[in-house]
Design a binder for this molecule. Structure first.
Ligand code: NDP
Ligand code: 2IT
Length: 444
């Protein structure tokens, strides 16, 4: 049995109850086979793959919080510090009832390669809690965040581990978390990114993941003689990534006709009105039924359905495994020509393979959503020099990074004989840097 298969078998045995983690590891290890084959002796000697799939450490803690009626609730808090070979651990915090250690291990593992692809010195980590912010008052969210940080602050630091937002953690939560860190330590450290603009945040960080996704997609389309101009696009999600993906797609001349949340979806034949969507989701924190009320021409449907709408390009921006094989078949049947992932691992392995086999362009989230964490790293740089760059400066750097990622994954795929397979390209390009850094730093 080859080295990759041996390690995969062992990972499956040791993590049998963590399907998302197994899915992420299987995709990465499968696609770096050409590199492993060329370096098998060196990698085996260093137990490189065995070390790569085992997080440096996992911290779990109890998070008690009191609701507005005085009742005490207990949540689980986590930080997975996965790999710091190329820089301090960096990656978001997710607050969602589905969070358990397997989800955070999959996200932390993906983050290692994503952060490497940005070209910036950041390692990979992820954290969060099974706390559900839906329907909670601001005061409840604040008390939860304060309690969460009262444990987390012991394990983070601007040169060790720098969390940020993810699902359920946006500007409001980062603000409460940062306030509590300062209260506990008395220090104005750059220990979180995605901070508010009045206390060390970076311009464009809010927009960065969605904008970056479109910069990457635009470059990949250009490399393939296509463009977004006049094209119909479908987007899933209606959170941070989806909103700014829609905004940038529309700025680049595309028409985006869908979005969704966890209860329903919108088809707006005139194109999603981003100002209305921002008001519904960022200001009112309401359901998408409120979008329909403001846009009578739009349709609101309960349940799932964005992938049934005919489109030229699709942008999954909600959550893992939201685009399965049947969805992929529908997209292909309806003439879709490209899928660009905004969320982390939104497409199942079977759906990804079907999409690629059908000749569509496909970019994996770890490459096309890397603009968020890249701009987080730019926030760390600004904090370190105690300066704030202009929106234009940050946006230009973000665009540069995304264009580079597009070319690096394309070049890596071509170099190993997989031209046009951006999954293979992204995994190889991300892996090579981490592997070299791990070997150079000895066994640990
Ligand atoms: P948000 O919390 O802002 O938005 C998430 C969106 O997805 C909401 O519309 C939410 O609906 C929907 N959603 C979440 N979970 C589910 C689910 N289980 N089923 C159906 N819909 C769901 O998160 P983000 O926009 O920040 O994150 C979206 C994706 O992008 C995630 O995969 C995240 O890991 C990834 N990502 C985020 C980055 C960032 O900078 N924020 C950077 C890179 C990747 P509802 O409100 O009803 O729950
Ligand atoms: O998945 C991701 O890359 C994020 N949630 C952003 C992480 C970050 O540190 O900005």
């Amino acid at each position: 049995m080859g080295y990759v298969d041996e390690v995969l078998e062992d990972v499956k045995k040791k993590n049998a109850n963590e399907p998302e983690f197994l899915q992420a590891v299987t995709e990465v290890l499968d696609s770096i086979r050409p590199v492993v084959d060329r370096n098998e002796e060196l990698y085996r000697k260093n137990a490189l793959l065995e070390r790569l799939v085992e997080p440096d450490r996992i911290i779990t803690f109890r998070v008690p919080w009191t609701d507005d009626n005085g009742k005490v609730h207990i949540q689980r808090g986590y930080r997975v510090q996965f790999n710091d070979a190329i820089g301090p651990y960096k990656g978001g915090l997710r607050f969602h009832p589905s969070v358990y250690v397997g989800i955070l291990k999959f996200l932390g593992f993906e983050q290692v390669f994503k952060n490497s692809l940005t070209g910036l010195p950041i390692g990979g980590g992820k954290g969060g809690s099974d706390f559900d912010p839906h329907g909670k008052s601001d005061a409840e969210v604040m008390r939860f965040c304060q309690s969460f940080m009262s444990e987390l602050y012991k394990y983070i630091g601007e040169n060790t581990d720098v969390p940020a937002g993810d699902i359920g953690v946006g500007g409001r939560e980062v603000g409460y978390l940062y306030g509590q860190y300062k209260r506990l330590t008395g220090r104005y450290d750059s220990i979180l990114t995605g901070k508010g603009l009045t206390f060390g945040g970076s311009l464009i960080r809010t927009e960065a993941t969605g904008y970056g996704l479109l910069y990457c997609a635009e470059e990949i389309l250009k490399m393939n003689g296509k463009s977004l101009e006049g094209k119909t696009c479908v987007v899933s999600g209606s959170g941070n990534v989806a909103i700014y993906a829609i905004e940038k797609a529309e700025q680049l001349g595309a028409k985006v006709v869908t979005c969704c949340d966890s209860t329903g979806w919108i088809y707006d034949p005139d194109g999603i009105d981003v100002a209305v969507l921002k008001d519904v989701k960022e200001v009112k924190r309401a359901r998408l039924t409120a979008y329909k009320e403001a846009r009578p021409n739009a349709e609101y449907h309960e349940g799932r359905g964005v992938w049934t709408v005919p489109c030229d390009y699709a942008f999954p921006c909600a959550t893992q495994n939201e685009l399965g094989l049947e969805d992929a078949k529908t997209l292909v049947k309806n003439g879709c020509q490209g899928v660009f992932e905004g969320a982390n691992m939104p497409t199942t392995l079977e759906a990804t393979q079907y999409i690629q086999k059908s000749g569509l362009l496909f970019t994996p989230g770890k490459a096309s959503n890397a603009g968020g964490v890249a701009t987080s790293a730019l926030e760390m740089s600004q904090n370190a020099e105690r300066l704030s760059w202009t929106a234009a400066e940050v946006d230009a750097k973000l665009k540069d990074i995304m264009v580079n990622i597009a070319h690096n994954m394309s070049d890596a795929a071509e170099k190993y004989g997989f031209a046009g397979n951006y999954v293979v390209g992204a995994n190889i390009a991300g892996f090579e840097k981490v592997a070299e850094a791990m070997i150079a730093q000895g066994v640990y």
